[in-house]
Design a protein. Structure first.
Length: 281
């Protein structure tokens, strides 16, 4: 086991949503130490321009790299859509993994009729991130993408199911259901928050549409990359999780209960300032 294997995996998101990816990492790689950064001062990323999101991602990554990490996971779909390559270029020694690639792969594996739907934030849809990633893997695929930014607020406020939520979800998904590109049989949940609404989305789409969530496939990809670079933590102890946020920890601790399967004590969350970081040359 290399000395670096006990270093944490750095995970960042615009806020709390990346905790769905943290859950999957905890389940798949329980002995790994994890360092999570939620940029809660600047959430949401999903309505911001690609250049702002790339700058935020660079600052978040720099803050994590300064604390020493062995691999970086961009748990935010919006940031993954634009920042994987820039971050990999800035930190060439570090494996940088996003969630869009694994999500697109999972969508391509699951579809039987090559009609894949994607729901994501406005920014992810406009950047064509999933559309391009899916078509690269399967040029025969037909991809319909729909921005559902409203789901982010519903998920954060704990509005996950019930009649009212289903009516809102139904209204947002109507264009996707009726776009006429052929009937989709697979829907990729291309935003960290959407797994929280999975049962309502499933009720609206019907049981013939498979829902794909990139959190698990990302955790599998992380395991594979760490294994290849002999960086897996082989300890028999359960790994530790540390939380950093850029705004008041109180809201993060409260909203986290809607996303994370373990309880987080507000005292364990450290508030940090990352906006002064300039990208290293
Ligand atoms: N984390 C973002 C994503 O997965 C959703 C929240 C936001 O807009 O920042 O795209």
């Amino acid at each position: 086991m290399s000395d670096s294997s006990s270093l944490p995996i750095g995970v960042f998101d615009s806020g709390v949503g990346g905790l769905t990816v943290l859950n999957a990492l905890r389940k798949r790689l329980p002995s790994e130490n994890l360092l999570y950064l939620g940029d809660t001062a600047r959430v949401p990323y999903g309505t911001k321009s690609a250049s702002s999101v790339t700058r935020y991602a660079e600052q978040a990554a720099t803050a994590l790299v300064e604390r020493k990490i062995k691999l970086l996971v961009i748990a935010c779909n919006t940031a993954s859509a634009v920042a994987v390559e820039p971050l990999q270029a800035i930190f060439p020694q570090l494996a940088v993994m996003g969630v869009v690639g694994p999500g697109a792969e999972a969508g391509c594996e699951v579809t039987r009729n090559n009609n894949i739907g994607v729901i994501a934030t406005e920014s992810t849809v406009n950047n064509q991130a999933y559309q391009n990633a899916i078509l690269k893997l399967n040029p025969e695929a037909s991809v319909s993408a729909e921005a559902c930014s409203l789901f982010v607020a519903l998920a954060e406020e704990g509005w996950h199911e019930g009649e009212l939520v289903e009516r809102i979800v139904d209204k947002c998904l109507q264009p996707l259901k009726h776009r006429g590109l052929g009937k989709i049989d697979t829907l990729v949940l291309g935003c960290t928050h959407f797994p929280a609404l999975k049962s309502s989305i499933a009720a609206v789409m019907g049981e013939e549409v498979a829902l794909v969530d990139s959190a698990e496939t990302t955790a599998n990809a992380v395991e594979k990359t760490l294994g290849q670079s002999k960086l897996l933590n082989l300890s028999s102890e359960k790994g530790e999780v540390e939380f950093l946020v850029t705004d008041d920890p109180l809201r993060f601790a409260r909203v986290a209960t809607n996303f994370f399967s373990e309880s987080i004590d507000v005292g364990e969350i450290q508030q940090v300032d990352i906006q002064h970081f300039n990208t290293p040359d």
